[in-house]
Ligand binder design. Structure first.
Ligand SMILES: *[C@@H]1O[C@H](CO)[C@@H](O)[C@H](O)[C@H]1NC(C)=O
Ligand SMILES: *[C@@H]1O[C@H](CO)[C@@H](O)[C@H](O)[C@H]1NC(C)=O
Ligand SMILES: *[C@@H]1O[C@H](CO)[C@@H](O)[C@H](O)[C@H]1NC(C)=O
Ligand SMILES: *[C@@H]1O[C@H](CO)[C@@H](O)[C@H](O)[C@H]1NC(C)=O
Length: 313
């Protein structure tokens, strides 16, 4: 094709919003400019914020515990759990994922209270699902409230960068206004608190977890592409841990809220945490249009009647 025609075609495609197909390199535009919420809080070392959840010998603190490698090998996966339980706040981790063949490997950064409430637990999930094709990690977000486990509220996204090359920030906000999932500070999903969702909105204190585990059965179409331990060990690095908001004191059965250590930003009621800015909303639209490839709200083969919050948009 002549250069001029190529350029013309490219600009037409851009006009129709399918620029990814023709742009150079990895096919991704630069991410939108958004407020860097992750810069507003201090980082916790693993010694201060976390303890072993499972697979102790596969947990390696690095850099004096400001980072930790979590390993999955044939013997075990591994995981860390926060020392405190939280009731609302801002939670963030910088994560560098294992490269190479990672089908069936699951890396999760999430909150749950299944230990305290086995029958009506709450959960907010960021799950990174390894994939048989190189670089093809998938981000899955999910939420359960009050034991609503029969209705997964999954949304899945491709990433606009190679998550195995560098650390990237994976974060979420959870407060009485909304739950927001963010990747490198770009919101990718917002669950607004409203009447339609209130009965399944996470509403009890939760612990924060960072884990790597074998999700062969769960994550790969019923075990179609299980973890291949020929490529083990699978090593994920976590760091720049931020957990700011309200901690729950089980003895007093009360919640105490502290402002972030770096500034006086309040992730529970502070303005920039109660509502997305126009800039963040545009960033979210960019991410969802470009990168989301599954939403439970569009899955009419799974739900005869879509969950009520799907209509409330
Ligand atoms: C990004 O947005 C901020 C305001 O939120 C603005 O101050 C800054 O100049 C912008 N940066 C770029 C590169 O557009
Ligand atoms: C898994 O790694 C741990 C150390 O991280 C090691 O002790 C153990 O032997 C390894 N297991 C296998 C099967 O390689
Ligand atoms: C690690 O911590 C120890 C004790 O707090 C300190 O003496 C040392 O300089 C630290 N090392 C690094 C690399 O930060
Ligand atoms: C959570 O579920 C329990 C029953 O398991 C019910 O009694 C309670 O009202 C529910 N809470 C909310 C907020 O819907």
């Amino acid at each position: 094709m002549a250069l001029l025609q190529q350029k013309l075609l490219a600009s037409l495609l851009v006009i129709f919003g399918i620029s990814a197909a023709v742009s150079a390199g990895n096919g991704h535009d630069a991410a939108p400019n958004v407020t860097r919420l992750t810069d507003l809080f201090g980082h916790l070392t693993f010694n201060h914020g976390f303890t072993e959840f499972f697979g102790g010998s596969n947990i390696q603190p690095i850099n004096n515990g400001s980072y930790a490698n979590l390993i999955l090998n044939k013997s075990s996966g591994s995981g860390l759990v926060s020392q405190s339980k939280y009731y609302y706040g801002f939670f963030s981790a910088a994560i560098k994922l294992p490269s190479g063949y990672t089908s069936g490997v699951v890396v999760a950064f999430y909150m749950s209270n299944a230990d305290l409430f086995p029958h009506n637990h709450d959960e907010i999930d960021i799950e990174l699902l390894g994939h048989e094709k190189r670089k093809d990690w998938v981000l899955q977000t999910n939420m359960y409230g009050n034991g609503s486990v029969s209705t997964g509220r999954e949304e899945k996204f491709r990433l606009w960068f190679d998550p195995t090359e560098q650390y990237h920030h994976y974060s979420f906000i959870w407060n009485r206004h909304h739950i927001v999932f963010l990747v490198d500070n770009v919101p990718v999903r917002e669950i607004l608190y409203n009447d339609a969702i209130s009965s399944v909105y996470p509403s009890k204190p939760m612990s924060v977890y960072a884990t790597i585990w074998d999700g062969s059965e769960w994550a790969t179409h019923g075990g179609k592409y299980p973890v291949d331990y020929k490529y083990a060990p699978f090593v994920v690095s976590f760091g720049e841990m931020e957990m700011d908001g309200c901690t729950f004191d089980p003895k007093k059965k009360g919640v105490s809220c502290s402002k972030g250590s770096v500034s006086s930003r309040d992730p529970v009621d502070g303005e920039e945490f109660a509502k997305l800015s126009e800039q963040q909303r545009m960033g979210m639209e960019w991410a969802r249009k470009k990168l989301m490839f599954y939403s439970y709200c569009k899955d009419s083969s799974r739900f005869k009647v879509l969950p009520p919050e799907c209509k409330a948009k």
